[in-house]
Design a protein around this ligand. Structure first.
Ligand code: PLP
Length: 498
């Protein structure tokens, strides 16, 4: 299996090259040249297997230049019951008849990013050994909150790597900030920026693609890579949980093998829902992919009109991990839907960086509408949904998951479609305690995030994750805040490259 760049399909690299490099030189993203297929027979066999076995089955189809030993090493170390507090790795909960919550947040940082970022450091160090022998990997991360912590936790003290995370100073929850500023490890660094997530992502992309900086690194025997979902190594582990959850539903007798399900995903950078799309196209029976956005509804508008337009106010919401106006992974989907048309993709995405918008062809728009439904909800509706779900089903969900539930309710109302449905639940409610508490009881008794967690535990009867409780006694290590224009300097500082 080889990988092409979305902006130059003549570029052809192995999976380890794609993972080590992160992004293609001309700015395109790496995509598999074809999608391997999973049959209903495979699903039946896999339904009797563990998450780790299912992960190996999916990954070996994509990472064909990894040996069996290498894959076993990566997967078995990443997905342990100890780290995820469950043998299932991802839990499946019944919300109500025919509607299931795929709880992807039982990992060490309490958000779904762990599903990929516990594995990525293994994939990346194995890839670096194959393609960049002896080089130190420098991981730059732009985060809207959850990726940063999950990447730090995955890469901390991993030999041959250094990691630097940029997050928007006013764009993350108190618990998210606490998670990052107290991060332990000798190879980690964290820095707040005075800007939003898009500023952080653009800054990181610019540093990545700067030849001057790359040369400096090269002469120091180092190279950049990415832990953002532009890296193929982030996406491929996400396909696994869609395959695995379908197998679980079959195993539990909830779904007959071959019957399609709908999948609802609270979406920001379009990585998670793209993984569902890939799973569907590999043969997992799926009907609609429902893309749920918050008030930054650039994707809702795009899917409904065919015009992507980021020229709008950036809104800070109570689902901050979805506060994004540039959804990077959409590029991979459009490449696929346009029949691998690298010229069109280059045209559209240079339009995006020049004018902040582009319009896709009718043909692509039709294909988009066939697979996807899109909707959004605002902060008030998000809170109302948290309250309703709790009152009706005694289920406490976080603010991002609530956006998905609300958009799904709207979808059912609008279409009458009663296909069984899987809703991706992307974070523990304890990462966003203030908003969840405001939804469940009218007033906040305290500003302190740990006291809020105790209050939420009393109401929800859900255990506070040990990892979050432990932050209370950890020392703050990183409290620097810089202008966006100072990002390059911050990277140079961290690498002692002045
Ligand atoms: C990252 C994140 C999302 C958005 O996922 P994308 O893959 O960027 O679309 C949704 N919810 C939570 C809690 C997240 O951390």
């Amino acid at each position: 299996m080889f990988y092409n760049s979305t902006r130059n399909s003549g570029i052809k690299v192995s999976s380890s090259q794609a993972i080590a490099q992160g992004i293609s030189k001309e700015g395109g993203l790496f995509v598999p040249e074809s999608l391997p297929q999973i049959t209903l027979e495979d699903i039946k066999l896999l339904s009797e297997k563990s998450y780790v076995e299912r992960a190996k089955f999916v990954l070996e189809k994509f990472l064909t230049d990894f040996s069996q030993e290498e894959l076993n090493y990566c997967v078995e170390n990443a997905y342990t019951a100890e780290k995820f507090k469950t043998d299932h790795i991802a839990e499946l909960a019944h919300l109500y008849n025919g509607t299931y919550m795929l709880e992807l947040w039982h990992g060490p940082t309490c958000a779904f990013k762990d599903m990929a970022l516990q594995l990525l450091p293994y994939l990346l160090t194995v890839s670096a050994k194959k393609t960049a022998q002896g080089k130190e990997m420098v991981i730059l991360v732009a985060t809207s909150g959850d990726t940063g912590k999950a990447a730090l936790e995955g890469f901390k003290d991993v030999e041959g790597t250094q990691i630097l995370v940029f997050y928007p100073e006013d764009g993350v929850s108190a618990m998210q900030k606490r998670q990052m500023t107290t991060q332990e490890g000798s190879n980690v660094s964290v820095c707040a920026i005075k800007g939003n997530f898009d500023d952080a992502q653009n800054g990181v992309k610019a540093i990545f693609t700067s030849e001057e900086i790359a040369n400096k690194l090269e002469s120091n025997n180092r190279m950049f890579s990415s832990a953002n979902s532009i890296n193929w190594g982030r996406l491929v582990p996400q396909i696994v949980y869609y395959v695995s959850s379908y197998c679980e539903l079959v195993k539990a007798g909830e779904v007959e093998c071959g019957s399609p399900i709908n999948v609802v995903v609270p979406t920001g950078n379009f990585g998670n829902i793209l993984a569902a799309y890939y799973a569907k196209n590999m043969g997992i029976p799926m009907n609609k992919l429902i893309c749920a956005s918050n008030a930054n509804k650039v994707l809702t508008d795009f899917i409904n009109t065919g015009t992507y337009d980021r020229n709008r106010e950036f809104k800070t919401t109570i689902s901050p991990s979805m506060d994004i106006l540039i959804s990077s992974n959409l590029e991979r989907l459009l490449y696929e839907l346009s029949g691998n048309n690298d010229k069109l993709i280059s045209e559209w995405f240079s339009g995006l960086s020049k004018d902040g918008k582009y319009t896709v062809s009718d043909d692509v728009k039709q294909k988009l509408e066939k697979d996807f439904y899109a909707g959004y909800c605002d902060d008030n509706q998000t809170k109302q949904t948290i309250k309703t779900i709790f009152d009706k089903y005694s289920y406490t969900c976080d603010t991002h998951t609530a956006v998905a539930v609300k958009v799904y309710e709207d979808y059912k109302q609008n279409t009458g479609d009663d296909t069984k449905t899987l809703i991706a639940s992307t974070a523990s409610p304890y990462k966003f305690t203030d908003s969840v508490l405001e939804a469940l009881c009218d007033e906040l008794k305290t500003e302190n995030e740990f006291e809020q967690a105790v209050q939420l535990a009393e109401i929800s009867k859900l255990k506070i994750p040990q990892e979050l409780l432990a932050l209370k006694n950890k020392e703050i290590r990183f409290n620097k805040s810089i202008e966006v224009s100072e990002m390059t300097e911050a990277v140079m500082d961290m690498l002692h490259l002045k």
